[in-house]
Design a protein around this ligand. Structure first.
Ligand code: ZN
Length: 320
């Protein structure tokens, strides 16, 4: 199977076997010129070049593709993917025409949820949620063994649950979405506000010295006991815990998985999220729900895309 993960900077491509093991993977840059019109051509050219060099072609039974944005998996259409420039783009038809292979598409965070459930921290849960804390905040929800897409491809967009109605503007046009708080960008923005209020602080002098600030710097400062950094992370995980607890009430999951670049902060971040999730959750919900870090990292998109092919072509149930 071929798994393709289309991102705003790179397209990740992998040849994946039926057990979800990546046999070969590589990436190409995402060409966003002219509303991303050459991306699929670029991808297919790269795939054919790579396949020509491969010995064993028997495993290629179909292609799965993850796209960032709002997707209609049945129709094979990407409604809108701002990061790559697509709007009402018929991704499935375009790639099937080039490849003569069956193509299946999904939202990228939904694919990450499928991947974690298949080969990562999800452990084949019937009901689970994945939240990715990266440049933005993404979400994927599996309920009753099926990924939720919703009426127009917007189900599970946990990043756009509002966490602070008086907060920062979000790229969705509203104010205070979780995306503006718990993403790497949101964490840095909160820290910059603290620096402005506390120009004599350690954090302020670090920023002055280096001229930039990243989310990982703030986590490092928390480790050293820096009060301002700690207040940023405490507020972030408080809001995140409250939103996760609320979202969990809808599907009563057995697993909640935290992924994305910010989750590399690891154990200390996870323990704060867990604490706040329990604080806000109905005990019956948190008692049966394990909060864990994602395991698959950058491979989640490729693996989830391959799972989509496997699921559709073999008509296997979600739980393997
Ligand atoms: Zn938003």
């Amino acid at each position: 199977m071929i798994g393709i993960d289309i991102g705003g900077t790179t397209v990740k491509i992998g040849l994946v076997n039926h057990n979800g093991e990546i046999r070969y993977k590589w990436e190409i840059p995402t060409n966003k010129d002219n509303l991303g019109e050459t991306i699929i051509d670029d991808v297919w050219t790269s795939v054919t070049d790579t396949l020509a060099k491969q010995q064993n072609k028997s495993e290629i039974i179909g292609i799965g593709v993850g796209a960032p944005g709002f997707v209609n998996p049945e129709a094979g259409i990407v409604y809108e993917a701002v990061n790559v420039g697509w709007r009402n783009f018929n991704l499935k038809d375009e790639l099937e025409r080039l490849s003569n292979l069956p193509v299946f598409i999904e939202n990228d965070a939904n694919l990450a949820a499928l991947a974690e459930n298949w080969k990562g921290s999800g452990d084949h849960s019937k009901d689970m949620m994945l939240i990715t804390l990266g440049t933005g905040v993404g979400g994927g929800v599996i309920a009753n063994g099926e990924i939720l897409s919703g009426t127009n491809g917007t189900a599970g967009e946990i990043g756009h649950i509002i966490g602070d109605p008086n907060g920062y503007p979000c790229n969705c046009g509203r104010v205070g979405c979780l995306d503006t708080i718990a993403s790497a960008t949101g964490i840095v923005q909160q820290a910059l506000d603290k620096i402005e209020e506390n120009p004599e602080s350690t954090l302020a002098s670090h920023y002055k010295k280096h001229g930039k600030l990243e989310a990982k710097d703030i986590f490092q400062f928390v480790e050293t006991g820096d009060r301002l950094s700690e207040s940023v992370i405490n507020r972030t995980t408080d809001i995140l815990g409250r939103i996760i607890a609320s979202a969990a009430t809808v599907i009563n999951p057995s697993r909640i998985i935290i992924g994305g670049g910010v989750s590399k902060a690891g154990g200390p971040l996870l323990s704060k999220i867990k604490k706040n999730f329990r604080k806000y959750s109905l005990p019956r919900i948190s008692d049966c729900c394990e909060v864990k870090l994602a395991q698959l990292g950058n491979d989640a998109g490729i693996i989830g895309a391959s799972y989509l092919v496997k699921k559709n072509l073999e008509k296997t149930p979600l739980m393997l």
